[in-house]
Design a protein around this ligand. Structure first.
Ligand SMILES: Cc1cc2nc3c(=O)[nH]c(=O)nc-3n(C[C@H](O)[C@H](O)[C@H](O)COP(=O)(O)O)c2cc1C
Length: 199
């Protein structure tokens, strides 16, 4: 059975345009994988707390050194990583907020980037340990910045760092511009239909 994980970060939850693109993909995917399992992680509804020193130090401490709060932080991070590792296909819905990814998603990334768990340093440099995944990233933007933008580059770099290298980006831009929004959203949806047919 194939497992698909959706990671949504729109402030608008299910009403967000990035969520709508994710939902469209899931709908198609389920027709091809009728018994497929879908896991939803909605970071706007259920945000992960910011990484602070106590949390960060918990990630490298031994269990006997940890405070109760640190045990809780590691349990939460372990659960997020287990969920990510359990997925064959990962969909990320990423609105552009203030020229980058939503802070809730950044915080999620801070909790799944764990030395010795999702990446390690070898003699050849960093090695990602979350392997064998396919990711689709739905980027929605009010303006038009193009696909080679720092926001896209950052997401590609982060996913690659933890081992997720097979990544397809679907950009829907100009969504704050009436004349562009409809056309660009329709193009993104058409692309989703083609992509979800081959997963
Ligand atoms: C807080 C906030 C900040 C935004 N910042 C930007 C921005 O820097 N550049 C941009 O093109 N659009 C920006 N937008 C517009 C969103 O990227 C656009 O509405 C996008 O479609 C939102 O996706 P969503 O509906 O999935 O949340 C911003 C919207 C919000 C709510």
């Amino acid at each position: 059975m194939s497992t698909l994980l959706t990671i949504q970060s729109s402030l608008f939850g299910e009403q967000g345009q990035s969520s709508a693109l994710i939902n469209r993909f899931v709908e198609h995917w389920l027709t091809l994988h009728p018994g497929g399992k879908v896991i939803n992680r909605n970071l706007a509804e259920d945000p992960v707390p910011h990484l602070d020193l106590e949390r960060f130090q918990a990630f490298t401490a031994t269990p006997d050194e940890m405070t109760d709060a640190q045990h809780e932080a590691v349990t939460q991070s372990d659960a997020l990583i287990a969920e990510l590792v359990s997925a064959d296909v990962i969909l990320l819905g990423i609105p552009m907020y203030n020229f980058n990814i939503p802070s809730t998603l950044h915080t999620y990334f801070d909790h799944v980037a764990r030395a010795g768990v999702t990446f390690r340093y070898s003699a050849n440099g960093p090695e990602g340990l979350v392997k064998g995944k396919k990711a689709y990233v739905f980027v929605t933007r009010g303006g038009v910045y193009g696909e080679s933008h720092a926001q896209t580059d950052f997401v590609r770099q982060f996913l690659g760092f933890i081992g997720i290298t097979d990544v397809e980006f679907i950009h829907a831009e100009g969504l704050a511009m009436k004349e562009k929004a409809e056309k660009n959203l329709a193009a993104a949806k058409q692309r989703i239909e083609r992509l979800s047919a081959v997963v």
